[in-house]
Write a protein that binds this ligand. Sequence first.
Ligand SMILES: [Fe+2]
Ligand SMILES: [Fe+2]
Length: 170
Amino acid sequence: MLNKKISELLDDQFNKEMYSAYLYLDYANYYHEQGLDGFANWYDIQAQEERDHAMLIRTYLHNNGEKLALEAIEKPSGVYRSIEEPLRLALQHERYITDQINQIYKAADKVNDYRSMQFLDWFVKEQGEEEKNSEDLIRKFELFGNEAKGLYALNQELLARRYAAPSLVL
Ligand SMILES: [Fe+2]
Ligand SMILES: [Fe+2]
């Protein structure tokens, strides 16, 4: 059993990770429509990773005898004004998720739930990587994305990304 509050916060975070997967699928769809298969690949993989994050939380809740309540997943906008916009929105979203993880961490600390803090350590580190990846992509786009050859090369680079299962095993 976990502290009720922590269990609820983790349940809520499961939904946010599923929303993250949904959001990144939406970006991937947009890039498919734009003919940018590399950008689409990048966000398809992001979406897979976000689903993994959700599943890790699910396993953790189950391992601790908790139930997971599935809630409706919010609908992403589907409308983007430029090929740069999803990149910026992604960074904004990752910063928001970092803040959410930190809040659960703080709540766990408050009730001496060291087990959940240790579980969340992986997410704290992961968010550092997520923010860095998002920032790096924006920077590359600023450097190369505004002319055709640079955009083509960047798209090819993103096309080479391969999915890797999460390093955390529960
Ligand atoms: Fe995530
Ligand atoms: Fe993420």
